[in-house]
Each structure stands twice: as C-alpha cells, then as structure tokens.
Design a protein around this ligand. Structure first.
Ligand code: FAD
Ligand code: NAD
Length: 476
C-alpha cells in the first residue's frame, strides 16, 4: 500500500499553495491522477469566509464553516499529499519552495524544501493597515477563524467590564463603543451582526448597560459599500440609521492607541478637522495587501516590476514572465475584484486547463508512438493513418481552450435586522434589492454555497439554535 502514496516518477510534481477559495476550487476539479500533487498551507482546512462575520457574535459556531482539507483530498481519484506549513520562499531559478512549520508543536525538522515542476499559487492576501500607527497592536482583523474568535471574546470582555461594579459612566460608554474601520462589505456585515447581537441578546441579559451600547462605522470615502448600486448604498445607510449604527464617511483614520482612534474628517465645505474617538473594541477592515511570499516572488520576476496589487497573470492565469507558475484568487491580478466568487471561478478554470494539458500530453504521445511505427503491424497502415487523424482532431479540440472569463453572479451583503442587499445578475440585466426577502435569499444562497452537506447542516442548526435559545454569551 505504501507504493500507492509514493510519487510516480513518470508524472510531473504539481505543488499547490494555500487551502482557500482559489486553491480548493482548483483541487476539487483537478484530476489528481495526472500529477504528483502536493498541497502546502498553514491552514489544514478550507474556510467559508462569507459567514465569518456571523462567527464573531456566536450566531454561527466557527467549526460549522470549516472543512478539513484532508477530508477534501480523501475523495480525489489519486492520492495528494498535504503539508501543514507556510511557504516562505519560492525559488524560481531552482524550482523549489522553502516551507516552515509555524505551528506550536514542531518536530526536529520544521524547515525544508519542496521541489516542483508546476506551481499554483493561491495564498490569498494580508490585511492592509497602510502603515497606520497602532493598528496592528490594538485592533482586531476579520479574516481568519482566530480573528472571529478573538472578536467574540473581546466583545464579551468589554460588556462584562462595562458591567463591573462602580464603573464610571464615561468608561462604560467607552467600553461599549464598538468601532469598525472600513465601510466595505466586511465592515458593514460585521457592524450589522454586532447590532443584532446587542438587540437580540445583550438587551435581554444585561438590560442595565444595554442602552449605552454604540456602533460606529468609519469610512474614508463619501459612502459605504462602493461596489453596490447607489440605491442599495442609500438603503444600507438608512437601515444603519434605524439600527442606530453611526456612520462617519469622509473620515480617514490616522492613528490608533489602546483606547482611542484618531481620524481626520472632511466637512461639506472641504475643510478638514481632527477627531478622537474612544473605543472598547476596534475592528479593522480596510481591505487587502500583498503577502511577503508574493512580494518576494514578484521581486524575482522582472516582468512583475510594475505590478502593485499582486501577481500579474495572463488570461490563462499564468504568472507573467514566469516559467510553470500559475496564480489564482486574491494574490493574482487578473482585472477582477478580490472576491471568493472570482477566486473559485479561477481555480475551477485552472483545473480544467491542467486536466486538458494532461490529456494533450497523452494524445501527443500516442500520435508520436503511432507515427513512429511503434505500434504498427504490417498491413495496418491505413487504419493507423485514420487513427492518427482522429487523435489529431481530438487534440485540436482539447487544445482549443478559451481564455478565462469571469462570470459575475452578483453581490450580496447582510446589513443587520434580518435585512440584506443584493445586486444580482438576472436575464442579461441587473436586479438590485434590499430588505427581509433579500435576507431570506442571502441565507439560502450562502447555505447552498457551503462547502459540504455537513457544513450546511451545522450552519442551519446554528441558526435554529441561536433563534430558539439566543447566542451563547459565555466568554471563552
Ligand atoms: P484565501 O481564501 O484567503 O486562502 C488563502 C490560503 O492560503 C489560506 O489557506 C492560507 O492559509 C494560505 N496561505 C497563506 N499564506 C501562505 C503561505 N505563505 N504558504 C502557503 N499557504 C499560505 N467574497 C465573496 O465573493 N463573497 C463574500 O460574501 C465574501 N465574504 C467575505 C467575508 C469576509 C469576512 C472576508 C474576510 C472575505 C470575504 N470575501 C467574500 C472575500 C473572499 O474571502 C476572498 O476573496 C477569498 O478568500 C480569496 O480566496 P483565495 O483563495 O485567494 O485566498
Ligand atoms: P474593501 O477593500 O472592500 O473596503 C475597505 C474600505 O476601507 C474601503 O472602502 C476604504 O475606503 C476604507 N478605508 C481604507 N483605509 C481607511 C482609513 N484609514 N480610514 C477609514 N477607511 C478606510 O475591504 P473588505 O470589506 O475587507 O473586502 C475585501 C474584499 O472581499 C472585497 O473585494 C470585497 O468585495 C470582498 N468581500 C465581499 C463580501 C460580500 O460579498 N458580502 C464580504 C466581505 C468581503
């Protein structure tokens, strides 16, 4: 049985970095029997990010939106190896990847190298801070499971500390002030979830402090959710007003301390003024920046010199100027927004490309064997010629792969109070809708998109549990 797991010397080694939306969509569709597949990621699971904001308040338990990657790989046609490690450097000359085990438990070997023939990079992106002082030290991000867990703990810590005996009123106000920086979908969805949590649960359980609870969303641009239509932006802003979520637009955060946010507001007359906002919890959601491994890879490839936001790829997702490297998702720049929708379509496209490449190689080998007479018996020539012609036709069809084309299915976001907004592609047009019905659509769409039936069942049960018994406010 060990032979089954040994690399096949006749096949190329295909290394896949990451276990996020792009890489997992790739692995799902890839025929693993064509390559020696090795997956490397510091995360041994896939994370369904669209429901991550719901984990911050316990509306959904975090394990319900995680799927172990080994479970995913188990169902593949041929064995694929997984190493839980961070790729720290890709050496494009030597075609090797340096990997490090960054987990708490390390063996005697915790750094090594993995050679590759072909490489698919799907490492995603990091949280952007724009070098603003204090952000890394004092705020929470919302990208990974551990971020959502940290936020959940901190919310309850703020609440319990605010309820502490003899707490001064201004300190209660500070502790119960939840500030969110970044009015993109992450910030908006989190602010909505937070308000729900207070209205549904904290109000009931700790009514004496609940009226002092406040959420402020800070956005540098003139409005939140810039990728949505004007109508839905207005709808979101008016819903937030009803939910008592304070929106500060045209407000750029400049500095963060352990208790305050310092920002610059541009008034209607264009005049700038400074404000200092005390906070209990600060969540930073200002979008993406490059991971160090991606920066380093770009620095090794002269053709990537002018690319700023990630690995510039061509219409077949080949990293421009590289040999045998492809990129998908948030680390790749293909002209689309950094979303799960784009990453998963790119991953699925690339898998078709890899499956086709393997078929092409097989056919070319067959044609070569036939035309060099390897399989030729005397008197067989006519049949062989016909077979070659048939194979060549098949080869042309397979080689004719259309470039990657992104098909936008629409944008969806939850905005609190059981309301959602949706800009959905419909019959060659666009339908914009917001409200409770859209919320039901949002729920059913995300439930159906969950990775596995197990995830779907767990998420549905979490929703039912939260509705029946309220969210669990125990602080872990
Ligand atoms: P990721 O999914 O981030 O995966 C990157 C993978 O690479 C991870 O497994 C990571 O552990 C691994 N990795 C990191 N560094 C290394 C390394 N050095 N070596 C090896 N592996 C590494 N998009 C939507 O379309 N719809 C939504 O509703 C939506 N909601 C979102 C909600 C939140 C809270 C967030 C944060 C994002 C949301 N997005 C949504 C955006 C979406 O999650 C990203 O665009 C998507 O995850 C990008 O996929 P990816 O595969 O490029 O990266
Ligand atoms: P984003 O890039 O969409 O938004 C970040 C916002 O922060 C911007 O509007 C920016 O103007 C603002 N900002 C930056 N610096 C600031 C500062 N110093 N002070 C105040 N505001 C500042 O980021 P995101 O919301 O994390 O989303 C990242 C990606 O993930 C996007 O492509 C998004 O579409 C996708 N996503 C989608 C969904 C969804 O579809 N429901 C949910 C979450 C994320």
């Amino acid at each position: 049985p060990e032979e089954q797991f040994a690399p096949d010397p006749t096949k190329k080694t295909l290394v896949v970095l990451g276990t996020g939306w792009g890489s997992v969509a790739f692995l799902k569709k890839l025929d693993t029997s064509n390559y020696n597949v090795i997956v490397i990621s510091p995360r041994n699971y896939f994370l369904f990010t669209p429901l991550l904001p719901s984990c911050t308040t316990g509306n959904i338990e975090h394990r319900s939106i995680m799927e172990p990657v080994r479970q995913i790989l188990r169902h593949k046609k041929a064995h694929a190896k997984f190493y839980e490690a961070e790729a720290t450097r890709v050496d494009v000359e030597k075609k090797v990847i340096k990997i490090t085990d960054n987990s708490d438990i390390k063996g005697k070997v915790h750094e090594t190298e993995v050679p590759y023939d072909m490489l698919v990079v799907g490492v995603g992106a990091e949280n952007a801070t724009f070098g603003i002082p204090g952000v890394r030290e004092h705020s929470c991000f919302l990208k990974e499971i551990r971020d959502a867990q940290a936020i959940r703990t901190k919310i309850m810590d703020c609440v319990e500390t605010a309820a502490f005996k003899d707490q001064a009123p201004e300190e209660v106000d500070r502790l119960l002030h939840m500030v969110v920086v970044g009015g993109g979908p992450t910030g908006v969805e989190f602010a909505g979830e937070l308000r729900d949590f207070f209205d549904d649960d904290i109000q009931k359980l700790i009514p004496d402090i609940a009226p002092r609870f406040k959420v402020t969303l800070i956005e540098a641009l003139p409005n939140v959710l810039p990728m949505f239509s004007k109508q839905l932006i207005d709808y979101t802003e008016s819903t937030f007003k009803e939910e008592h979520i304070n929106i500060l637009t045209k407000t750029m955060v400049k500095k963060v301390t352990d208790r305050t946010v310092e920002a610059e507001i541009t008034g209607p007359d264009g005049k700038k003024s400074s404000i200092t906002i005390p906070y209990g919890l600060l969540v930073w959601a200002t979008g993406n920046t490059l991971r160090p491994i991606v920066k380093d890879l770009m620095a090794q490839i002269p053709a990537q010199k002018d690319s700023r936001r990630g690995l510039a790829v061509n219409e077949y997702l080949v990293v421009q100027g590289s040999r045998d490297i492809w990129a998908v998702g948030d680390c790749a720049v293909a002209g689309y927004a950094p979303t799960a929708q784009v990453a998963s379509q790119e991953g699925a496209f690339l898998a078709r490309l890899f499956n086709n490449m393997a078929k092409t190689q097989d056919l070319e080998q067959k044609i070569h064997d036939l035309s060099t007479g390897l399989n030729l018996k005397p008197g067989d020539t006519a049949a062989e010629t016909q077979e070659i012609a048939g194979l060549e036709k098949q080869l042309r069809r397979i080689k004719d792969i259309k470039p990657f084309h992104y098909s936008h299915q629409g944008s969806l976001a939850y905005i609190g109070s059981e309301k959602a907004v949706a800009d959905v592609a419909w019959l060659n047009g666009n339908v914009a809708s917001g409200g409770k019905l859209t919320y039901l659509f949002w729920r059913s769409a995300y439930l159906s998109m969950c990775f596995s039936t197990r995830n779907r069942v767990l998420v549905a049960l979490d929703w039912i549990k939260a509705k029946l018994y309220g969210r669990d406010i125990s602080r872990e």
